[in-house]
Structure formats: C-alpha cells, structure tokens
Ligand binder design. Sequence first.
Ligand code: GLA
Length: 727
Amino acid sequence: MSIIYNEASKMFSLYAKDTLYALAVVDEGYLSHVYYGKTVPDSDLTYLLRLDEGPFYPSKNRRETASFMDCQPFEYPCYGTGDYRESCLMVMDKDGMSACDLRYVSHKIYKGKPKLEGMPATFAEENEAETLEIIMLDKHLGMEAVLVYTVFEELNAITRSVRITNKGSDPFKLTRVLSMCVDFETDKFDMITLNGSWARERALERARLHCGKQSVDSARGESSHQSNPFFALVSPNADEDMGEAYGFNFVYSGNFFAQAEVTQFERTRAVMGINPLDFAWLLESGETFTAPEVVMVYSANGIGDMSRTFHDLYRKHLIRGEYKNKRRPVLINNWEATYFDFDTDKLISIAKEASKLGIEMLVMDDGWFGHRSSDDSSLGDWFVNENKLKGGLKYLVDEVNKLGMKFGIWFEPEMISPDSDLYRAHPDWAIQIPGRVSTQSRAQFVLDYSRKEVRDHVYGMLRKILDNANIEYIKWDMNRQLTEVGSTVLPKDRQRELWHRYVLGVYDLQERLTTDYPHILLENCSGGGARFDPAMLYYSPQIWTSDDTDAVERLKIQYGTSICYPPSAMGAHVSDCPNHTVGRVTPFETRGYVAMVGTFGYELDVTRIPQEDRDAIPGQIEMFNKFNPLVRNGDQYRIGNVNEDNTWDAWMFVAKDKSEAMLTVVQVLARPNYKSRNVKLKGLDPKAMYRNEETGVVLSGEALMNCGMNFQFWGDFRGKIVHLVRV
Ligand code: GLA
C-alpha cells in the first residue's frame, strides 16, 4: 500500500518508491506538512511539528493563534488569517473581503489516478498509482477545497492538484489558487531554475537560497522562453551523482508562478501554480475550479537521478499517442532552407534529393497559406496559396509520397494577422481591449481561444487541409505573447479569467486534433522553445527545443532542457553553416552528434550544401537509427557541464538492463599544449565487461567508470560517439 492513514496520529504517509511525503491533521482541523524526503518505515513523525513545544498551539493558547499560523508548516496555506508567508489561496468574497481558512473535513484513498477535466496531467493504471483526496472546508464562505495527491509506486514522483468548489449560496472570486506548497524544515538549499531568452532557452542557473523570496514566473500567456515552469531545491553539496534534489514542474502552458521563500525561522516554503498576477475566477454557487497539476520528484542520489525520474515519468505517464514509444521519422524542414521563398518545384527538388539520402519526411514550414510571403500577413487564412503551391497541396503531397516520403505541415492556429480575411471578417475574434490600440508583435494578434466558435472555425479550416492531402505530421507554432488581455464577449466580472480560459482553449483544440487524427505526429513549438512544458508533452510527443540550431548553443540548451524533460522529446535538427542564429561554423558530423540525441532531422537546403555533407547524411541516419532506442528507452547521464566549463561536454545513454551504452563527447574549444581529455563514464554495470564496438577493446564497467576513457581531438567543435556493448 502506498498511502497509509494512521487514525491515532492523524498522519498520512505517502510512499512513492523510495520517497516518503507525510502530512497530518492537527488541532482544530489544520492540515500540516510533516516531512518530505527519503523513505522511513511507517512511524509517527508528527513530533516534527513540535506541537508540544512553545505555547502557540491553538488548544494550548487560544489568545495567541497568530504565532501558530505564522510558523506552522502548512499543506495548503490560506491568505489573510495570520500566515504571512506566501499563500496558496486567496479570495474576494461578495463583500470584497479576502481572508480564507480551510479545515479538514474528510479524506479518501483510492487506486489509480483521476483525470483533470479539460487539462493535461500525468496518468497511471490502477496498479501503478494511488491517490489521496483531502476535503477541506472554509465554513464562512462555504468554500470546499479538495487537495489531490497521487503517488507513483515505481517512481519517486508525486503529483498534486487542487479543486475548489463553491458549496455556499453566495458567489466569490478566487484571486489566487496555487497548486502546490511544501514547507521544508531547512533553508540550506540551492535553487535551480531554467531561464533564458529566444534562441537560448532553459539555461541552468543555480544560486544559494537567502532570506526572502526567490521566484521565477511567466506573465506572458505562455510558459515562455524567459523562465521554464520548473525549479529544484537541492542540497548545497548536490551534484549530478549525489545529494538531495527536489524538482517541481508545472503541467501548464500559461502564466505560472514558482517561488522559494526563506522564512524568519530559517525554513523554506516552496510554492507553484498559476500566476496570481491579473488572475481572478468567479465561482458561482455550485461551480468548481480545478488548478493544474504539479509534479514533484525527489532524489536522494543527485540531480541526474532526479532528471531520470522525470524522464521515465514523462515517457511512460505523460506522453501519449502512436509515437509514444516509436522512433520518429527523420524529417527535413524547409524553414532555414528557404524561409518564405519557396514553391512546389523548390520543395519537390528538396524532397527528391532528401529521399535519395534516406530522409523520410518533408515538412513544409511557414508561408504556404493565404498570401503570405513574409511574416506580416495571412495568419488565420488556412487555405493554400496556389501561386506558390501550383497544382495545390494534394499534388505536392502526392509527389512527395511518390518519392517514398511522408509529408508534414506548419500551422500557427492561435494567431490572426491584421492583414487576413479572417481579421477583416471577425476583428472581434482577436484578444483586445475595445477602444484601446492593440500591441502588435510579429505583425500579429492572438485569437480569443476562450470562445468555442473561434476554435471551431479555426479547426474547420485545419480539417479541410488535413482531409485534403495525406498529412502525417503537424508543427503547431505560437509566435507571440499576449497583451491587452480582454475578450469582446466575456462579462466584466469574468475578464480576468481570460488568461486561463485561453490556455484551456488551446488544450481543447489539441485534444480534438490528436483524437481525430491519431496517426499524425504533432510537434509543438513556440518561437523556438517557449512552450517546452509538460502540458505540451501530453499532446505532442516532441517539442521544438529552440530556434537556435547551432551545435554548440544546443549543448547548453539541451543540457538545461534535460534537467526535467526527456531528450527523446527534444526537436533537434542538423542545420546549415554558418549557423543562421550565431554565425558559427561547426563540423557537419558534430551537428549530427548533437541532434541525434533529440528527435533528429535536417533543416537546410539539401540541394545546396557541400557534397561531402550530403554524402555524410546516410551514415548519420544509420547512426541515429542505431542509437535512437537507447535515447528513447535508456537512462541519460550528464557527464560534462558546458555551463560550468565551456571547453567540452559529454553525456551517456545507458540501456535499462545495462547491456549497452552510448557515450558522446564534444570538444568545444581546442586547448593548446594539452594531452587527451579523460572522461569517466557513468551508469554502467561495474561488474560487467564492455566492448568498444569501434576499437574492440574490452574493459570492465568498473574501469570505465573509475579510470575513464581518453579522448584527443584536433580542432574546435569536434566530437565522437562511443558504442559500448556488454560481452
Ligand atoms: C517560429 C518557429 C520556427 C519557424 C518560424 C516560422 O519561429 O520556431 O521554427 O517555424 O516560426 O515563422
């Protein structure tokens, strides 16, 4: 049994593999957080709450409840009743008052994991997970909160979400509903976050916690390039292989808020949820609001182990669909090859050459619809521009299919260009504040996806395209952030719901799309990697990682992304040089090594690249096919860290049964007067013998991990892949 309730101590013990998470009902029905960390046998841990120390416990000292409120570790703290730390819940009641106060009513424990209505979430079979629901009540408001915890039996993972229902007769507004709070005993943590910008997403940052609040967030309407909805608290000595790590990841694609707060008592409150900024949700009597899911992963064995748990969880319990466990077709995308300047002949010429080299799918990127020939028109006009695609889409797709290749297409379904038929017909469909000039970004506005008729209309256009030709892949892009967030149809007391309703609208359409077209491989994208979040993984088994395709920049981006997302879900392409984002020239071979640990494909004009690069493609594809099962199913071990030492990088993928491994080593900058670099391997079976498939040399796992292997490179940006097989 994974979840145990002890009647005597009123403590809940949630066991997830080697993790224990404990909480307890205390005096007057408060729900306190007891412990989160390495598992300990079932025992009464409520002594950790120190309820016998000091005079502050309500039953001991009624006149001093405030001190109790401000130091007790709470599971789901409420605003306005004496807990001055960050709260999870805040309301505005019918009189404009904001305090709330939840007390325990009852609980239930059951097998499996419930769905989150209309929202993405991890899932599990009955025998894989167990769920605890704790029902809490604010009597004054008639507000019920159900705290939902699911533990995964085989993984050190626990998920949380919250459902709030108005059980009273008067309406109230939720002005803050976070999904998770953990009150830690200590403030001795480093905080890891993944931050950046366009073309340099998810750069890892690590800093010691200090008194006060340290947060990351997005208020842009998407999870964002700037900060990822992830943070980890790790012990100061933690590295890839040792120390404690607690990772938190929000299964959400809109505005988020994640914070660690060091309190006056040198403890840490960690919270995560929908960004309360500009958020409000009206709950009429009987209505329910569901807060999205937070995934919590604990590791007693370093940051690498935490990452591997996230990877396993997402590969097995989040990603869905036909491609979940399948190798993805090797694609060639025409964006960096042609940008907007293409026609049927150009695309067919690329496909012809690509098919000869073994590339399996042509993806037609932005610019095929309306009268789009630059980025300033036609979003929303999802019909084919027959001036560019002479003979229409079906002709093109058939020709590509005749070459033995699949065909994929780009859409940006959430957007509307002011210069579009759609905008001319429905200017009110754009998100806007009537009477105020709307801010343009990339010459486009955002559609009001809270409106079903808008979604239906866009979906109708998409369907026409999809039903007209044999399309087997979609890149769903989203290229601007939200401003002037107003809807022309929502009533004024529901306008602040638009941020969240918008995200729910996106989920609705992606759910419909993946249900109606289960054979289509979906890749999400947002100006590169601004929506690399777990919610998107629920709909698409891969996400475009970054518009930066330079092999060296990708080392950092893919390193940071792998902190909580599986590399097998990272869209990664070999592109042309000098690289279009940074102007760097790297060997074709190295670009392949870096893209190969993602979904793998090409983004270049294959008819124009040097002959020797073209000649290298069949070999690269063969290599990708060989190693992809390891990347998809194996365990990743990060060895180098380009963020700390930008002269080299290395990583491994090891089969779960340790029978096989791949090691990639990249020398970023050559070092003069330096002998070979020694790289110590990880994750192998120490007692087993491994053969280097290239050299035939056999060494024990022990030797490879303790003594390492030597690598010598000549020149910058050189790399190597080593394949080890157990003998
Ligand atoms: C975004 C994507 C790119 C490309 C362009 C097209 O920037 O990230 O890959 O599709 O849009 O406009």
